[in-house]
Write a protein that binds this ligand. Sequence first.
Ligand SMILES: C[S@@+](CC[C@H](N)C(=O)[O-])C[C@H]1O[C@@H](n2cnc3c(N)ncnc32)[C@H](O)[C@@H]1O
Length: 284
Amino acid sequence: MASPIQHPQLPLPGYFSKFASFYIRQTGHSTLNILSDVISNDVQWSSHPIGPDSVIHDTAAGPAVGAAALVTSLPKDQLPKELLVSDIVPMMVSAARESLTSSPLPYVECKELDSQALTSVPDNYFTHSINNFSIFTFTNPGDAIQETYRTLRPAGLAIITCWRRFAPMYIVHAAQQKIRPDLPLMPTPSPEFYEEGVLQKVVEEHGFAKDKVTVVEKTFLVTEAEDIAGLTTLMSGDMMAKAREGYTEEQKSQWGESVQQSVKEEIERFGGIRFDAYILFAIK
Ligand SMILES: C[S@@+](CC[C@H](N)C(=O)[O-])C[C@H]1O[C@@H](n2cnc3c(N)ncnc32)[C@H](O)[C@@H]1O
């Protein structure tokens, strides 16, 4: 049975449909750059490197972020022979297809699939399964892990990431506090995943053996002016409209400036816009 896609704190699917075409810019390349770093510096040095015999699934892939990370981090002769790019939102899947029209990947399929019910995918199929910064958007994260486990081959590697510090949320909260400190802060989807150990617990309770799970943490600073501009656009625009609920027109008109000031403070504090992430590796 297909699971419901509406997360209580995310205006899905409209949220991601609108977002697809300008996704990469407005994430400041954060999800792409972290995954590329994970592939180059962790996966390729592990006992389960990606190579020409690999068969990979990037689930809840957005506009093919996993595919872009593979192409960025691997030499052409080490690209996987097969890649499935899937997402539940049709516009993400079409954005993925468009972005892959001239990619060097030997064989890619882009499909609309629910990560929590991969009914058309056989058991024991993939050598690697990527789930990059999506788990907190699922209504039943445990089901998605079970499906990852089921569709991985024995000894296959799952790479599952989630935020420890999602910078835009801190910046938006700082901007809210400058204008209307009396109103509630914008809610974060599934905030429990920011806590240490939660991702690991979900993974261990839904198929993977405890001694086959490893978690590392990574910090990523966004410092390029164009990426900072992309993230600032995200935080100033409609995607963060919920942060302005209860505002007068005059207060709404102060939002852009308040975000810019909060971005400036973030950069003064950390030397860039700071993302912290949990990177989990699990072997079937
Ligand atoms: C924060 S984005 C991450 C996208 C991408 N993996 C990345 O690295 O940037 C979350 C993605 O999860 C997708 N999504 C949400 N619920 C889903 C579900 N049940 N099944 C598949 N995709 C889902 C959204 O459409 C969106 O593309």
